[in-house]
Design a binder for this molecule. Structure first.
Ligand code: R5P
Length: 294
């Protein structure tokens, strides 16, 4: 297998290649003055199984095009098999029709990737695993929650309370609890489908004087974490942390989260940022090893 260093995830891809003892393929890339993308593989991929590591956080569409171009270039240059490793898969949150007239965006995105040459896909903590059933190729969803929880355990927060900001994320809190060995629970969250506004409530949880780590798949605007932190402070939590796999942290999300009383935000390098304190490299390297041998 060869690991292709997608421009959006070059540092992560380098680590994956090192951990998997695979040769790297560098991608030359540029953006034309009108915004169009250009890529060129700087390595031989003939008869190889290639793993393209390329996340698709903002600018999503540009990164998706780069990924599609790299996959197509790999096939054009006679790669045997193309695995797209996309830690943050853009458009995964639109995986069903919520309102009449909408599109199932993630279905369209994966169909485009297949048409370009992708044979299988590996992603990390996709928003809803059921979306994988819509994909036109085999796909694997990895969880980075144990790695995030281990980070906190190493920092001395074993037994911390693992909190999910809504019921749907309770499985995430439970995965963290398995590593941390403390309690787990969830808040209740309601979302208005038209305005996007959310509200949260806390029922039957005792967090008084406890260290609480809020675990979520994504932090986007930060509204969910800010709301959760405000509730936790009102309930007397001793310390509050926020952990997520995909730290999108749009606009002033980071500032607002810290202002709401969160001590620290810990994310992964799924979305490269200064909050990316945990690397997905070992998780991805293991998954690629399993795919190769399986
Ligand atoms: C939603 O269900 C997700 O798990 C996240 O809680 C959500 O995407 C976070 O968005 P925001 O940071 O904008 O509240």
């Amino acid at each position: 297998m060869k690991v292709v260093l997608g421009p959006a995830s070059a540092a992560l891809a380098e680590k994956v290649a090192e951990l998997s003892n695979c040769e790297k393929v560098v991608v030359a890339y540029k953006t034309f003055p009108d915004g169009e993308n250009y890529i060129r593989l700087e390595g031989n991929v003939q008869d190889e199984h290639v793993a393209i590591v390329q996340t698709t956080c903002a600018p999503q569409d540009s990164r998706l095009m780069q990924l599609a171009f790299i996959a197509a270039a790999a096939k054009r240059n006679k790669a045997r098999k193309v695995t797209a490793v996309v830690p943050y898969l853009a458009y995964a949150r639109q995986d069903k029709i919520f309102l009449d007239g909408e599109n199932i965006s993630i279905e369209t995105v994966t169909q485009m990737l297949k048409a370009a040459g992708v044979d299988e896909l590996v992603t990390v903590n996709i928003h809803a695993e059921g979306a994988l059933d819509l994909f036109p190729f085999p796909a694997k969803n990895l969880s980075a929650i144990p790695l995030l929880a281990e980070h906190f355990a190493q920092k001395g927060y074993r037994k911390a309370f693992a909190l999910a900001p809504d019921k749907g994320a309770m499985y995430i809190a439970q995965q963290a609890q398995q590593v941390l060995g403390g309690e787990a629970g969830h808040l209740e969250k309601q979302r208005d489908r038209y305005t996007g506004q959310t509200s949260q409530t806390c029922k039957g949880l005792n967090v008084k004087d406890k260290v609480v780590i809020i675990f979520d798949d994504i932090i986007s605007t930060g509204g969910t974490i800010v709301g959760a932190a405000e509730i936790l402070r009102a309930e007397g939590a001793a310390k509050i942390f926020a952990a997520c796999v995909h730290p999108l942290l749009i606009g002033d999300a980071e500032r607002r989260i810290l202002a709401a009383g969160v001590e620290e935000i810990v994310g992964t390098d799924s979305v490269p940022s200064r909050n990316s304190k945990v690397s997905l490299a070992p998780l991805i390297a293991n998954a690629l090893k399993a795919l190769e041998s399986g």
